[in-house]
Ligand binder design. Structure first.
Ligand code: AQP
Length: 336
């Protein structure tokens, strides 16, 4: 019998503490973390340094409030601090330090090609260097923890690709320092679309300013009902995934993930029914799925000291791992 103990694969992921955390974030990322929590060694970060990349969107008071909100939502959604490390990115300065080292091996052309950067920068008068450098900070987040898997929505695919490219380039220049990570995506639900406009991804920033675009995890039952009942559909009667219009497909996907069903089960269930029935049932399913999360969230934020305790423990554990990787990178680069 082999005496070698296999270490569990390590997972790293995070959410920016900005905007309205919505069911797209829940379906595409957080619920995937929860489902796989027992399989992996999990590290979940509240990526506050990332949210500074558009400083116009975050006042200091807003950021302080949002960081705690996201941490409490992780826990309320089912992240268990006994099984997973939860921490705030800026509490572990190794993230910023490794970013500098990685900046020095990342060609600017790679960053200029990033579609998220191009989209966000297109609407801005002044584009900060931080926004341009966002992918390198994200690479540092992931690479610091010898991450095997990064469970994210499919809008992050390009960021995972560039993380792999940066790691490979560094390893090629300085020797084997970084593990090359893979993305982990849901087969169905990796990109939830806006309920008002199914051609656009459901977005945190839009959700904060636009009514009926998204469903916030903390939304009231009335708001959830209103948003789903008015969601954009069409005048057909098509409830098969393959043939449905984008708006209807989005509702079917949400129903599928929220009820843990297969596509076939969902199609069988709605065969011959109209969109009104689909919307009404989805309303009930979403309200019931979010209710315990909202109750737990309330308990967590009311318990004094609970959240700080978990974030402090998380910081210690994250630092322990991050410091070793950073040191390894520095030694390979010749920093004494
Ligand atoms: N619509 C979505 N469907 C599925 N997954 C999604 N994610 C985001 N939107 C969807 C996933 O949620 C995680 C956290 O998101 P983030 O805060 O890192 O990313 P984001 O892209 O900034 O979120 P938004 O909603 O797009 O905000 P804005 O509008 O401010 O840019 C990630 O795993 C992401 O893939």
């Amino acid at each position: 019998m082999s005496s070698k103990v296999e270490r569990k694969k390590r997972v790293f992921s995070g959410v920016q503490p900005t905007g309205q955390i919505h069911i797209g974030n829940y379906v595409g990322a957080i619920s995937l973390w929860v489902e796989n929590q027992d399989l992996y060694d999990n590290i979940f970060c509240i990526v506050d340094l990332h949210s500074l990349t558009i400083p116009e969107n975050v006042s200091p008071e807003y950021l302080r409030k949002k960081v705690r909100e996201v941490a409490a939502l992780y826990l309320a959604c089912g992240i268990d601090p006994e099984k997973s490390t939860i921490f705030v990115q800026s509490h572990v300065p190794e993230h910023a330090e490794l970013t500098w080292l990685l900046n020095c091996v990342t060609p600017m052309g790679w960053l200029e090609r990033m579609t998220q950067y191009k989209t966000k920068a297109a609407d801005m008068e002044t584009v900060g260097t931080g926004l341009f450098d966002y992918p390198v900070l994200m690479a540092a987040d992931i690479l610091l923890y010898d991450t095997d898997l990064v469970p994210v929505g499919d809008d992050q695919k390009q960021h995972i690709e560039i993380t792999r490219d940066i790691a490979q380039r560094f390893n090629h220049l300085y020797g084997e320092v970084f593990k090359i990570p893979d993305g982990l995506f849901r087969e169905s639900g990796a990109r939830i679309m806006g309920l008002d406009n199914p051609e656009m991804k459901m977005s945190k920033s839009l959700g904060e300013v636009k009514k009926r675009h998204s469903i916030g995890i903390l939304d009231s039952a009335d708001d959830i009902r209103d948003t789903i009942m008015r969601a954009t559909t069409d005048s057909n009667m098509e409830t098969r995934f393959e043939y449905a219009s984008p708006g209807v497909k989005n509702l079917l996907v949400l129903y599928q993930v929220m009820t843990n069903s297969s596509k076939e089960e969902v199609e069988d269930h709605f065969r011959g029914k109209n969109y009104g029935a689909l919307k009404k049932e989805l309303v009930e399913v979403v309200i019931e799925r979010l209710r315990p999360i909202q109750e737990k969230y309330k308990e967590i934020v009311e318990e004094e000291g609970y959240l700080d305790n978990i974030l402090n423990r998380g910081k210690e554990r994250a630092k322990e791992i991050a410091a070793v990787t950073l040191q390894r990178a520095k030694e390979h680069m010749g920093l004494i």
